[in-house]
Design a protein. Sequence first.
Length: 124
Amino acid sequence: MSRFRSLAITILSLASATLLASVTPASAQAQTGRIAGIVTDSARAALAGTQVTVVGTRFSGVTDPSGRFSISGIPAGTYEVRVQRLGQRAQVVSGVVVTAGQSTDLNVSLATVPLSLGGVVVSA
């Protein structure tokens, strides 16, 4: 079920990004850039279903099965980008510069953290 949910989120994110790019006027696209890259774990394995968020904006994306992401339509400027996934230590990358009409590469490696689940009480 979790795998299906991750796939559905990835497909919806890609579809919405494609739709946004197709309806954005050319003048607005010329003043925006994109952030793209790959998210891996400490063993350099791709991390699918990782959330990548431009902090303080509405821009975000989810990595595909190969760990790749792309977030388009971001106004030129300097941002913090938060990368997070269940079972991994979240990371915030500061000073990510987006230049109009260009793509900024952002490759991130997340460390694994142990998950601790709360206890379950069963009574009859």
